[in-house]
Design a protein around this ligand. Sequence first.
Ligand code: GLY
Length: 427
Amino acid sequence: MHVLVVGSGAREHALLLALRRDPEVDALSVAPGNAGTSAVADQYDLDVTSGDAVVALARRIGADLVVIGPEVPLVLGVADAVRAAGIACFGPSKDAARIEGSKAFAKDVMSAAGVRTAGSEIVDNPAHLDAALDRFGPPAGQAAWVVKDDGLAAGKGVVVTTDRDAARAHAAGLLDAGHPVLLESFLDGPEVSLFCVVDGDTVVPLLPAQDFKRVGDGDTGPNTGGMGAYAPLPWLPAEVTKQIVDEIVQPVAAEMVRRGSSFSGLLYAGLAITSRGPAVVEFNCRFGDPETQAVLALLESPLGRLLHAAATGELAAQPPLHWQDGSAVTVVVAAENYPGRPRVGDVIHGADAPAVLHAGTARRDDGSVVSSGGRVLSVVGTGKDLAAARESAYAAVAAIRLPGSHFRSDIGQAAAEGRISPVGGSG
Ligand code: GLY
């Protein structure tokens, strides 16, 4: 099987490495890729937002399966174009990708499916903003305001704050740019990312993971696209994972089938484990980044076969997934000033080590690897438990040299020290 992976991040690098372990995958291509993925797959330039361009490339190289990594091409309908060309595609249709592309659509599906999620209100008129903030903020008994862009925002459209002025400023900025704003009540409790391979109403969960969205240790500073992750979650009982599948993902998948927007691909449930049980923070229509780097490091089952089965309606016939024992941790090495405008163009030393997955990197003509984006590398460590996986990941991080770069030093630490409980929050 020849698999074409579309995308250029560490998530796609992780997908390629897992696909390479599958004996049924005999050819791997990536487009557009990065400096690290070129060592794993044949690499091609590509406008990932153009369905015609993706189809033309897939035909030219004879791909049997196209795996679309990022949300933007999915929301634009690239998977529909690939399927219409008769090529198997892992990734939802444009219609189904609205579960991520429109938070209002996702809320509507969850409401119809009876799934617990934060109370919310869409504001699209600046004149209604102050009254809405009064209904959703701490004066109404909430711990914080949660202000989100209704559309795609690469993880950075969300502000969670106890400061009304900051909440108002973020919402007003979005409205000024013509973006509807979603105000939500705050969901307290540790967060879980549960990725499920879904085909219609067949749901296959992967290992639960947790990511770290704030830039600084101790969950301080602004939100980012993700600074690290670990899997599985030693503090999350297996029955809660089952509950998430049975009471949240399965009903949402069934509701999407019912309304003619059947989902085929990776349905990512982002949840808070509240005192009233798991509740949805968001759904995404693709593998999460950086959780994928940790989750797939532990996958023993053949990934190509799994994704091809989902893409061709055969998911229900697949055997149960097998996982390596132990834990995996990924630590993101970010460029100076990220998540603001990152400094780019610096030479990176140590980026070719096996534990290092590439994201914002490019290779210069002289062969050196340079930074080209905010999240530059994802360093992955595995071990018999979370403490050992952390040790391995941070030892590999210590061997990397990138001027001005920064990383969080506490990825998975609270869990490794037994400081997270499913109802008591983390500390
Ligand atoms: N880990 C957050 C995301 O992938 O959206």
